[in-house]
Design a protein. Structure first.
Length: 443
């Protein structure tokens, strides 16, 4: 049975998302260097040695891109602001062209009846701050709060929702422990500090936003429900540790001001002195919580020191990222989050979508697998609402094929195909399918 808006409560919001470094073209418009530029320039870090210097040239093509968002029938556009585009050195004198761009972008959304959903930090730390230790340095959290206040003063009268940080797990763990994202470290002390300081930046950032006149502020966390790969005590313990690091660390910090004991076992000795004193500020009240959901993980124990887990491929179908497709787990996750939060905290799915090879044939991308993925996850979201979860919106990643971090341009998540030679945009079949859901035509 085809889905329609009527399957969701009145006022439920649909959106699509991008992020600054992935689409804007970071080499353009006077932006400062970021740690993603240096990470990408280091051989071996990014597939085909690609980077975000030109990306989708959204900086110059944003009007066309906003038309695509509006024509699909979306209610909101989730985008992010590049800290180094606004403050090339991370602090100090702003780049007027950077601030003007975000002004025009927000005004472009409002002119089309779209709600601007702004994320302050989607991973491109100014290189000048990376030079000073980046997220391992506590000062970065204070600089972030200044950036937040600056953006709030400039855009607070027009932005609909504010997120401080996108996916702190990626910005901290994936980047400092696993080394897969900038700054590419594999260092437990830097990880512990980054985990803590990113949470601190969120808390100080919320205060900065509110002082600057912004409201409707939250954070976007990513979740991967964790399952034991086999029915053994050790696999169950490994899944539990993974769950603590991935799913419970930032959730507990921002909603209750606590860190899980299972994480402190490993990171505790490496946290900064008197970290406990920061927790009340990290847990400042949220107006909403963003939930990014793509996949689940199956874990077993691995030899070696903490956290001694190993992921094992799941049994089911996979996306082009190799990620298990598990829509049912989204319903359970949303119910669990509702349970673990105040019970009234509004939740939004702020990212969900899939990578597919998306061959273009006769100028057409027939991405049936993406259509099925999105429909299955929308149904899973609807099932959570039916169970009483205060889910208020659903945002599809992504509007455009874009720079998929360490995978460069090789992984396509867009509803709209981008030819990275000509930068031509071409809506895929999934774009039309979503449009049919949102504009009430049968799909
Ligand atoms: C999320 C990121 C987003 C994109 C998608 C596929 O983790 O927030 O930038 O890379 O995954």
């Amino acid at each position: 049975m085809p889905l329609s808006r009527n399957d969701f409560p009145p006022g439920f919001l649909f959106g699509t998302a991008t992020s600054a470094y992935q689409v804007e073209g970071h080499g353009l418009g006077g932006a400062g260097q970021t740690h993603w530029d240096s990470f990408a320039a280091t051989p071996g870090n990014v597939s085909r040695a690609e980077n975000g210097a030109r990306a989708c040239d959204h900086l110059n093509r944003y009007q066309e891109d906003l038309d695509l968002v509006a024509d699909a029938g979306f209610d909101l556009y989730r985008f992010s602001t590049s800290w180094a585009r606004v403050l090339p050195d991370g602090t100090g004198t702003p780049n007027p062209a950077g601030l003007d761009f975000y002004d025009r972008l927000v005004d472009g959304m409002l002119a089309r009846g779209l709600k601007p959903a702004l994320t302050l930090y989607h991973w491109e730390l100014p290189a000048a701050l990376a030079d000073l230790g980046g997220w391992a340095n506590r000062d970065t959290a204070h600089h972030f709060a200044d950036f937040a206040a600056l953006m709030a003063r400039r855009l607070g009268d027009r932005v609909w929702s504010w997120a401080t940080i996108n996916e702190p797990w990626c910005a901290a763990w994936l980047s400092h422990f696993e080394g897969h994202h900038a700054p590419g470290l594999r260092d437990i002390r830097a990880t512990a500090r980054a985990m803590h300081h990113i949470g601190l930046a969120h808390g100080l950032g919320l205060a900065g936003l509110r002082a600057g006149g912004a409201d409707n502020a939250g954070i976007v966390l990513n979740f991967e429900p964790a399952f034991p790969a086999e029915d053994t005590l050790t696999a169950r313990a490994a899944a539990n540790r993974y769950d603590a690091v991935f799913n419970r660390f930032f959730l507990g910090a921002v909603t209750r001001g606590t860190y899980p004991d299972l994480v402190l076992e490993g990171l505790g000795p490496h946290l900064p002195d008197r970290w406990q004193d920061d927790l009340p500020g990290i847990a400042a009240p949220l107006d909403w919580l963003g939930v990014n959901y793509y996949t689940v993980k199956h874990l077993t124990e691995a030899p070696g020191p903490w956290p001694n887990w190993r992921t094992v491929p799941g049994p089911g179908p996979k996306t082009d990222m190799g990620w298990d497709i598990a829509p049912g787990a989204l319903t359970d996750l949303l119910c669990r989050l509702h349970d673990k939060t105040s019970g009234t905290l509004p939740l939004y799915v702020t990212e969900n979508g899939m990578a597919a090879p998306d061959g273009i044939a006769n100028a057409h991308v027939q991405d049936e697998d993406r259509i099925a993925y999105i429909a299955a996850h929308l149904r899973a979201a609807r099932a959570a609402i039916a169970k009483g979860v205060p889910l208020k919106g659903f945002v599809i990643w992504s509007l455009l094929d874009n720079f998929e971090w360490a995978f460069g341009y090789s992984k396509r998540f867009g509803l709209v195909h981008v030819d990275f030679e000509t930068l031509a945009r071409k809506p895929k079949a999934s774009y039309a399918a979503v449009q049919a859901i949102l504009k009430g035509r049968a799909s």
